[in-house]
Design a protein. Sequence first.
Length: 502
Amino acid sequence: MESKDDSGGLRCLVTGATGYIGGRLVPELLEAGHRVRCLARTPEKLRDHPWAGEAEVVKGDVTDAESLGAAMRDIDVAYYLVHALAAGPGFERTDRDAARNFGEQARAAGVRRIVYLGGLTPPDVPLRELSPHLRSRAEVGRILLDSGVRTTVLRAAVIIGSGSASFEMLRYLTERLPVMVTPSWVSTRIQPIAVRDVLRYLVGSAHMPAGVNRAFDIGGPDVMTYRDMMQKYAQVAGLPHRLILPVPMLSPGLSSHWVGLVTPVPASIARPLAESLRYEVVCQEHDIADHVPDGPGQPFSFATALSLALQRVREARVTTRWSSASTPGIPSDPLPTDPDWAGGSLYTDVRERDVDASPEALWRVVEGIGGENGWYSFPPAWAVRGWLDRLVGGVGLRRGRRDAQRLRVGDSLDFWRVEEIEPGRLLRLRAEMRLPGLAWLEMYAEKGEDGRSHYRQRAVFHPSGLLGHAYWWSVSPFHAVVFGGMARNIAQAAGRGTGGRA
């Protein structure tokens, strides 16, 4: 018997709400009449989402039994949407321990059902021979199914939707390379699925009959090779036919760097995606339709999924992106707030300028920084810094923006992340490029005199060890060009009433 609140909806816990799927699932559950509680390590990242006032947000982590147990209290359905995409050392153990903890706490709290979005695996390949990413996803599914709580495991291959890592990889490879030398996995058969269908199955799984405890393959109606997918993308996007030349000697490691150079997806995320594409991943059944029926035209065809995703991109209505979730290994410490911080050295570079524009005009330029608008100072220097970051395994400068005009806390912005935003006044960015320390960039739009405004900019660097100190002093001679030029050009753009690339 399902337990419901007074409104008739179920009480749902969503983990991974700061990520790509979780951030889209929450409003779908709310629209379906359910009550939603989100578990987040950094609840502030969810503060500016349109649905933030309708969902409960609690601080916690799936690896922390105490916080997870508290979050599970009075929950009917718990969604497990946490994955370690980076193939760093020990990530399989972390996934394993987190899944066990999740199952134990769900059972202890009396949760009726767990819903997990996993990866589609080939039936004829032994588990030990799968890529670490696919192997871990499969193991997590088994752990949850054996947890003592009825579990629905949805197994998907490539998810196509605006902002998904798979869509971004396909999009940039096809758009930027009319002729390409590709890894042999472009000939592997795949069954992609539209993100809208994934969300529909996730929401529908909340009402799965009590006796169901199993995995379901989910996919769209088309089975195609990755080469077919690129050609179909070119057709839907109105691009000429692409010439694709597979090269067998490109290993997953080399092909992930190739993807990292051509697309905004860094090699750390491209590698597990590329490794997964080595295997034929085709649905063996469609039993999910017995419990979550498909309507007319469902599941969506690959061409329809592409059209919907491209429409969202062109209309700047991308609600979440693959970069919404934090990238493993990046800095995450908050900016020290005490100006006389006693935690060690703290280097700063401060620039201020009076601006012949209203504070509102200045703020429009500040909030529109990055992405296609650039960083308002010496573009080659920013481009070189982005390439250097890519070469050492960082995210680089090409993640761009989720929205061309508006930012919210937690958004990725090229190789920065929005740590704080006070609309009309303050934008604070935390660096996610590879650095020997932690770095922030603050931009203020303040009210000046006679209807003018005042722009204040502060770069902050907390060095890590001797290398961090050496780094700051080695780049400080360029600050006048980079940071000084940025302050000057932002002020000029605000005065002109423009926010274009400078």
